[in-house]
Design a protein around this ligand. Structure first.
Ligand SMILES: [Zn+2]
Length: 155
């Protein structure tokens, strides 16, 4: 299989997802030229707003590999990752992202990917979601405990 086959699989998943009651998104994760995980969006099926195709695929891949680190893997997604999924891809250390539809295509059919990207670029006080910082002196104790822990698993 080659790049276009992996993307075609992600696209097929996205089309099937519409028929199955999910959102129109699919993703596959590839390691050493093989698909190791594939998923579609299941937000409305699972009542889980984080159940995007990319996040679902990452969860399957990490479970399959028994590791939280997906370095050495690529993700093919039928649409440009939203900020949440992009963050998840960074946290998972995937090597490369391939996508087909983009955030403007998603905006045209009513999805907020582009809106959230615009929010990130704003100062916290200018965003639609209010943000308030407080109790930092108490919260920092967990970070201090983390710094002092010598046998931690870093990620
Ligand atoms: Zn997403």
């Amino acid at each position: 299989m080659e790049k276009k086959d992996f993307m075609q699989r992600a696209i097929d998943l996205s089309i099937n997802s519409v028929k199955n009651g999910g959102g129109p998104f699919g993703a596959v994760i590839v390691k050493d030229g093989e698909i190791i995980a594939e998923a579609s969006n299941s937000v409305t099926i699972d009542n889980d707003p984080t159940a995007h195709a990319e996040v679902n695929a990452i969860r399957k891949a990490t479970k399959k590999l028994g590791s939280f680190d997906l370095a050495g893997c690529d993700i093919y997604t039928s649409c440009e990752p939203c900020p949440m999924c992009l963050g998840a891809i960074y946290w998972a250390h995937l090597d490369k992202i391939y996508y087909a539809n983009d955030r403007k295509d998603a905006a045209k059919i009513g999805f907020d990917d582009d809106f959230i990207y615009q929010e990130i670029a704003l100062k916290p006080v200018d965003r639609h979601k209010p943000m308030e910082i407080f109790m930092r002196a108490e919260a920092i104790k967990a970070f201090e405990a983390w710094m002092q822990k010598t046998d931690k698993t870093e990620y």
